[in-house]
Design a protein around this ligand. Structure first.
Ligand SMILES: Nc1ncnc2c1ncn2[C@@H]1O[C@H](COP(=O)(O)OP(=O)(O)OP(=O)(O)O)[C@@H](O)[C@H]1O
Length: 238
């Protein structure tokens, strides 16, 4: 027997519209995010990726429409459901890597210390180094560890690879894919690194001007267009 729709989806958006003062960022989006998948959120600058992720994280609210994560409207009260990695750098420079992770872990009952230790090793970070002396790419790795070390149903990553060089990016993507517990967690990840990220995506959303241009499984999209997601990007946006 098929599962009811609401149990198959970790998040549902219905007619979601977002306006910042006079600027329309998202236009009436309907979306269902399947549980246990890694979803790529793709689109050019200003297409609405960060706005969509912030609304799903409960950081900002839709102007109209409805968002449900695990059946509840996201806000500060259901932070136990959602890990969110913002595009901005929100780390304290005076802390070491170890202190940063200890500090962040104190906020969350769902912190998985084993996972954090494992990722620290894979991401090759020195736990005694001060955050202020880390390179941009190293800081990006630390932010990623902070988001991925929580045992939550939904992980939202906004541009997690910005500042990370291409070879490290590929390595980190493999590490995310290996840490990912299919069935337990869902990851929605915005990125401009389509080529490197492509192998880990189950589903892909192409946004354009605040609207969904394409949304399907990566497999269906590749079959329909007869090419890679990277080439679909070129067909859609260039
Ligand atoms: N706080 C804000 N106030 C006013 N307009 C905003 C604000 N945040 C975003 N916007 C506008 O909303 C639209 C979508 O922006 P958003 O940051 O969501 O896009 P994005 O796809 O994440 O872009 P990028 O790839 O550059 O990060 C843009 O036109 C942007 O200028």
């Amino acid at each position: 027997m098929n599962e009811p729709i609401e149990q198959r989806n970790i998040a549902e958006l219905q007619g979601v519209h977002k306006r910042y003062l006079l600027k329309h960022a998202i236009y009436g989006i309907d979306l269902q995010i399947r549980k246990g998948t890694i979803v790529g959120l793709l689109g050019p600058n200003g297409s609405g990726k960060s706005t969509l992720l912030k609304m799903m994280a409960g950081m900002i609210y839709p102007t109209s429409g409805r968002i449900l994560v695990n059946g509840r409207q996201p806000d500060v009260r259901n932070k136990s459901q959602i890990a969110y990695l913002p595009e901005i750098d929100n780390l304290y420079g005076w802390m070491t890597v170890k202190e940063t992770l200890r500090f962040i872990s104190g906020f969350y009952d769902d912190w998985n210390a084993d996972k954090a230790a494992d990722m620290l090793e894979k991401m090759e970070l020195d736990i005694n180094q001060k955050v202020r002396s880390l390179s941009k790419g190293m800081r990006a790795r630390l932010k990623l560890i902070a988001a991925l070390s929580r045992d939550v149903p939904l992980v939202l990553l906004d541009e997690p690879f910005s500042g990370i060089d291409p070879s490290s990016r590929a390595k980190i993507i493999r590490s995310i894919a290996s840490e990912f517990e299919s069935g337990e967690q869902t990851i929605v990840l915005s990125t401009h690194s389509v080529k490197e990220s492509e192998p880990m995506f189950d589903d892909v959303i192409f946004l354009q001007g605040g609207r969904i241009k394409l949304y399907d499984s990566a497999e269906n999209l590749r079959a329909e267009f007869g090419c890679s997601l990277e080439n679909i990007w070129e067909k859609v946006y260039v």
